[in-house]
Write a protein that binds this ligand. Structure first.
Ligand code: PMP
Length: 396
């Protein structure tokens, strides 16, 4: 998630008249918050690979996705079975270099047999990667067509449903069906954040084509592992063709590490002995541990926003989670911060606080919004809160 037009750098040069000498960059989608759990699990999560291993491109020639290692397929299925967030039985799993590559593979597969370019839409605010990735190579198979809420063409379309949504954390379903459109429609469900550290698990998703990513699940964005769960075997075959022609598969070192890490998550639940206290869960169990950290950040941010009275944050209702058997709110990986007074919240934060965040207009929305990364480093997050809480004292 690095699609900033300016590579995450602020647009202005350093200005010594500003009250802060350093820049706090909350633009990127990095997932460093999840690091502390993995530091705790150092020994359990080590992967050793010897020089003779993993020379072949292939892993399992009997499978549709023949470059995927069987142990990773098994680990993914086990993790979904544990959490209950997605159905994997009788479905194909296609592996990609992050869900970024799989998104493009899905566009290719879903539009490969149509005549004209298929319209690709998502309800605004939508993840800024979608328009950029859709139009990058100006494909004749598909083209970006903007906000799904406005889509009324009688033409074939693909709607991307992101739930919980990046950037605003909302829980979503498709919207085009309910418009006046009666063109042929296909759906991609991007469920990158449908894990119980971010949101209650309310149903076992069983959509036609679902995307998940190691980046947001365990925090290992740098391994570049994503997977698609696909009902239709022909679509899975086409997606595999795309990945093969694009990168002849996915690094086996990354696959081995992903399998190991997912195994550690599952084992923490299998070996857990509940002593009746929530502390015990929050110190040992992966999703509970990280939800606790994220919840703390959300509470601190809400408090500072309340004090300043200049911004608004979205609110989320408590919902029952089938995985944890508790009710809790969604704690999104991003905060969708709205300025009450400023038309351009991004440049306001940058000029006044030297805080860089992604502007609402990158998400097909209004520049009075910005997206703040809630999974950034502790230092950056604390510094951001500090600057935000001092905002009223700054006069220049
Ligand atoms: N989908 C969504 C909704 C995302 O937020 C991101 C990353 N920010 C991606 C896909 C891409 O993730 P990956 O690292 O797996 O390519």
């Amino acid at each position: 998630d690095l699609h900033n037009s300016n590579n995450g750098l602020p647009s202005s040069n350093s200005d010594t008249s500003l009250p802060y000498s350093s820049i706090v960059n909350l633009d990127r989608g990095d997932t460093v918050l999840l690091e502390s759990y993995w530091r705790k699990m150092r020994k359990e999560s080590i992967v050793e690979i010897e020089g003779w291993e993993f020379l072949s491109y292939a892993s399992d020639l009997k499978s549709v996705c023949w470059f995927m290692m069987p142990e990773l397929r098994d680990a993914i299925k086990k993790l979904h079975a544990l959490v209950g967030n997605a159905e994997t039985d009788d479905r194909q799993i296609v592996l990609g270099n992050g869900s970024t590559q799989l998104f493009q593979a899905a566009l290719f597969a879903l539009s490969a047999s149509s005549d004209g370019p298929v319209n690709v839409v998502a309800a605004a605010p939508y993840y800024s990667g979608y328009p950029d990735e859709t139009d990058l190579v100006r494909s004749s198979l598909y083209k970006w067509s903007g906000d799904a809420k406005d889509y009324e063409k009688q033409e074939a379309y693909i709607e991307i449903v992101t739930s919980p949504n990046n950037p605003d954390g909302s829980i979503r379903g498709p919207v085009v069906m309910s418009n006046k459109c009666d063109g042929e429609g296909k759906l991609i469900h991007d469920l990158a954040y449908y894990w119980p550290h971010y949101t209650p698990i309310t149903y076992q998703a069983n959509h036609d084509l679902m995307l998940f990513t190691f980046s947001k699940c365990t925090g290992h964005s740098g391994s570049r592992i994503g997977w698609a769960i696909v009902k239709d075997i022909d679509i899975a075959k086409k997606m595999t063709t795309f990945i093969v022609l694009n990168s002849i598969g996915v690094s086996k070192e990354s696959q081995a590490r992903a399998a190991k890490i997912m195994g550690v998550v599952c084992n923490s639940y299998q070996s857990f002995k509940f002593d009746g206290s929530n502390n015990n869960k929050e110190s040992q169990l992966f999703f509970e541990f990280n939800r606790h950290l994220l919840k703390e950040r959300w509470e601190k941010l809400r408090e500072v926003v309340k004090q300043s009275d200049r911004f608004l944050l979205p609110r989320f209702q408590k919902t029952y989670c089938n995985f944890t058997n508790e009710s809790f709110e969604t704690y999104p990986a991003f905060a969708w911060l709205m300025s009450k007074d400023e038309e351009d919240c991004g440049s306001y934060l940058e000029k006044k606080l030297r805080v860089v965040a992604r502007s609402g207009n990158r998400f097909g929305s209004d520049p009075k919004y910005v997206r703040i990364n809630m999974l950034t480093t502790g230092d950056d997050f604390d510094e951001f809160l500090e600057r935000l809480s001092n905002i009223k004292d700054i006069t220049f």
